[in-house]
Design a protein around this ligand. Structure first.
Ligand SMILES: Cc1cc2nc3c(=O)[nH]c(=O)nc-3n(C[C@H](O)[C@H](O)[C@H](O)COP(=O)(O)OP(=O)(O)OC[C@H]3O[C@@H](n4cnc5c(N)ncnc54)[C@H](O)[C@@H]3O)c2cc1C
Length: 430
């Protein structure tokens, strides 16, 4: 994981009971716990390793409406307001900046797709628009390539993943949440078909409600209880450079690179046109649900049959509350950096903006993304198991919406009026 992830000190005492247990200390679980603590609802947040250790510290930090499905825009708009007020709310910076996000089009066909997206979200008045080649040169000077155009949203931006989630967790504790780290939840306890508690590796807690925000671990956790959630793991690899004078403060996505300024003066870069797909049994079991995505994004995927397949097979799919769970055996999903993709990203970016020739690589890492068949998350109460709310499957774009998604999950778990219409995120849609 990134060296920049802040370590925070949390409780060592496991309460006997609470009202809500949140499983998973990523941005979604932390936002849910923060919301509940602010509403004076007793909450215990349980993380198997350290807060923010998986996707929520490893991501690029983009907070965008651009290129989102129309039905996901209300959550993104709610998240924008939450991000803007977050520093005051938690009395700590999160690196949030509205510097705009731009996606470049290499040809007219790509620009046409951006235009279609603009039409699909016209009702939201996002201020998104197409940029001409000349406008791109003006906003991101010093480029070598002639782009067909770009789509741009000035109110999009980014925050710093390595500090945001931990800062929010610290604030949640100050407001009354109990946070436990290095504690894997093994199973749920049920009585008369309803959730009544959780069993962790260090003891159990009685509760009325559980919110599962377990990221890439959610599918296996639910599977152990006979609940089928469709998500597949994909790997995204990232580079952070040391400080340089870059061409813009806006975040820029090209066809085969992307970059955005980091608060320390460097840039966060990835090969935007490629994700590694390490084959697992789940890819074989669920692959058919992803055929549409595969058709559109075949060139995006670098499919690899490597030792991940065997390692994943060895991990239990069913276990009891008294046996060591897969979440203790693999404490953190920590995929190896994909050097080849990072090299491609740097080469492609340097060819497009030679200013990046001076960039020195300060750090590289990778993260495991949990992708659903329609690339939208599940945020819902599970009818088959009253007392369980799930907020997971954020498909590579849940950092930006995370603070709103966590709040929505807290609303659903406690029967409060929902922040936005939750119907796009129904569990039973697959
Ligand atoms: C490289 C990369 C780049 C990305 N870029 C962006 C971006 O620019 N913008 C954007 O919006 N999104 C981006 N994303 C996606 C974004 O990071 C995720 O969608 C978001 O962080 C999901 O948050 P989460 O809380 O659901 O999951 P996570 O952050 O993965 O948190 C889940 C937590 O649950 C814990 N857990 C799981 N099971 C258990 C258990 N049984 N007991 C206790 N704890 C458990 C895990 O340890 C983990 O800490 C990117 C992701 C990656 C990997």
């Amino acid at each position: 994981m990134t060296k920049m992830l802040e370590t925070i000190h949390t409780s060592k005492q496991m309460p006997k009971s609470t009202t809500v247990v949140v499983i998973g200390g990523g941005i979604v679980g932390v936002a849910a716990a923060l919301t509940l603590a602010e509403r004076d609802i007793p909450v215990v947040l349980i993380e198997k390793d350290q807060i923010g250790c998986e996707q929520s510290s490893r991501n690029l930090g983009w907070i965008r409406k651009t290129s989102r499905y129309a039905k996901d825009i209300p959550l993104a708009l709610a998240a924008d307001s939450i991000w803007a007020s977050m520093p005051e709310r938690i009395d700590s910076p999160v690196g949030y900046r509205r510097e705009g996000i731009m996606f470049l089009a290499k040809d007219e066909a790509q620009l046409g797709l951006y235009d279609e997206w603009l039409k699909s979200v016209a009702g939201f008045k996002l201020g998104s628009r197409l940029l001409s080649t000349a406008e791109i040169d003006q906003r991101v000077p010093g480029g070598n390539k002639k782009w067909a155009g770009a789509v741009y949203t000035g109110s999009d931006g980014y925050a710093e993943p390595a500090v945001a989630t931990t800062a929010m967790a610290r604030a949640a504790m100050k407001k009354g949440a109990v946070v436990l780290q290095n504690t894997a939840v093994r199973t749920l306890v049920t009585r008369a078909g309803k959730v009544t508690g959780v069993v962790t590796e260090n003891g159990s807690i009685d509760c009325d409600q559980v919110i599962l925000a377990g990221g890439a671990g959610s599918r296996r956790f639910l599977g152990n209880m006979g609940i089928k959630l469709s998500t597949l793991p994909l790997i995204c690899s990232v580079v952070r450079t040391s400080a340089i004078d870059g061409p813009t403060l806006s975040a820029v996505g090209g066809p085969d690179f992307s970059f955005r300024k980091h608060q320390d003066g460097g840039y966060i870069i990835t090969q935007r046109g490629a994700l590694k797909a390490p084959l697992t049994l789940d890819h074989l079991l669920l692959g058919y649900q992803y055929l549409d995505q595969l058709k559109n994004q075949r060139n995006f995927l670098r499919i690899a049959l490597d030792r991940t397949f065997i390692e994943d097979l060895k991990l239990a799919r069913r276990w009891s509350s008294t046996s060591v769970s897969p979440f203790e055996k693999v404490r953190v999903n920590n995929p190896a950096t994909v050097t080849e993709l990072n090299q491609e990203a740097m080469q492609n970016l340097r060819a497009a903006w030679p200013a990046f020739n001076q960039a020195q690589i300060a750090e590289a890492w990778a993260g495991l993304i949990d992708v659903t068949p329609d690339s939208n998350p599940v945020i819902d109460n599970i009818d088959a198991l009253p007392g369980l709310t799930v907020a997971t499957g954020f498909s590579g774009h849940g950092f930006g919406t995370g603070p709103a998604a966590g709040q929505l999950a807290a609303d659903l778990a406690t029967n409060a009026s929902p922040l936005v219409d939750p119907s796009p995120y129904r569990f039973d849609r697959f």
